[in-house]
Design a protein around this ligand. Structure first.
Ligand code: MBD
Ligand code: FE
Length: 303
């Protein structure tokens, strides 16, 4: 089986190939799941170091979690065939490398909502499985790396990063990543060059930034893997609304992990990952030349 890493390297090598209309092969669940798993294991910044060392805490959490499972089994009179099907499905999720995808889609929002209780500044939301560190460093005004024939409505995204008193944060950094116009992320789908639509943009000495990109498309959870199988067996839909991902940081401030959505877009009110917040919905204006522009300001709180 070709790994997605191979596919990404291949795509990067092929950048000199003649430009044609983007013809992206649908990423299989196994491709995107395996890359998301590999990426999670190698991204130490988000490792769980330190968790799991307090016996009383582990006892309380494990007891509560298992108790909730037992309660579901009892309340719903879960049968042996259902128990064995669930066991097989859980094995499939692991073997397909889909735990990061599944957990970020169905569980992360609850963890984020707890973390948000103690936060001020720009509202956060989930990180998701498709962040990659160490992307190209740019300074404002910046254009995200894109294919010569990148499809999608051009978007000029501007704003300012301030602190909670309204003072500019000089040299704030916006690490941004997004899906393309087909809803696919570089690094997690074949045929997209490494680093496409990803960048780390440094704002100016007043915290102002201007980033040129394209509007992403909604994201569909791969339907051919175990996560997709559960979604379809339950009669749910597999979509997230179109979004930009951002990590906004500056020395001395808590990094904001967030996403920005688009007013009027599909699935805004039914995000499978339940990660939309009303403060995070952009409403870009048409400039007239086929492109759009929008301003969004970020507020960082001190560490
Ligand atoms: C995504 O693009 C995403 O942002 C999340 C949270 C989960 C799956 C895919
Ligand atoms: Fe995403």
């Amino acid at each position: 089986m070709t790994t997605t890493h191979d596919a990404v390297e291949q795509a990067a090598v092929d950048q000199s190939a003649p430009a044609t209309a983007p013809l992206t092969t649908s990423p299989t669940a196994a491709d995107s799941g395996a890359s998301a798993s590999a990426s999670f294991r190698s991204t130490s910044q988000y490792s769980g170091d330190g968790a799991g060392s307090d016996t009383a805490r582990v006892d309380a959490l494990a007891r509560a979690l298992l108790g909730a499972v037992h309660q579901v089994i009892s309340d719903h009179e879960v049968t042996y065939p259902e128990f064995q099907a669930a066991k097989k499905w859980l094995m499939d999720v692991g073997e397909g490398g889909e735990w990061p995808l599944f957990l970020d889609v169905f569980v992360e929002h609850a963890v984020e909502e707890v973390a948000a209780r103690k936060q001020t500044g720009t509202v956060g939301t989930i990180l998701g499985p498709y962040y990659l560190p160490d992307q190209v460093q740019l300074t404002t005004p910046a254009t995200l790396p894109a294919r010569p024939d990148e499809a999608g409505t051009p978007l000029a995204f501007r704003g300012q990063v301030t602190d909670t008193t309204g003072a500019p944060v000089p040299g704030a950094v916006l690490d941004i990543w997004q899906a393309d116009e087909q809803g696919y992320y570089s690094g997690f789908a074949p045929d997209i060059p490494a680093g496409n639509l990803r960048g780390v943009v440094t704002a100016d000495d007043q915290g102002h930034f201007e980033i040129t990109t394209i509007q992403p498309a909604p994201y569909q959870v791969p339907t051919d893997g175990p996560t997709g199988a559960l979604i379809s067996a339950a009669g749910w839909h597999p979509w997230r609304p179109a979004h930009l991902h951002l990590l906004v940081s500056a020395p001395g401030y808590r990094t904001v992990t967030t996403q920005l959505y688009f007013a009027g877009g599909e699935y805004l009110d039914s995000d499978v990952a339940e990660a939309v917040k009303p403060e995070l919905v952009l409403d870009p204006t048409d400039v007239g030349d086929g492109s759009r522009e929008v301003t969004y300001n970020f507020v960082l709180e001190r560490n």
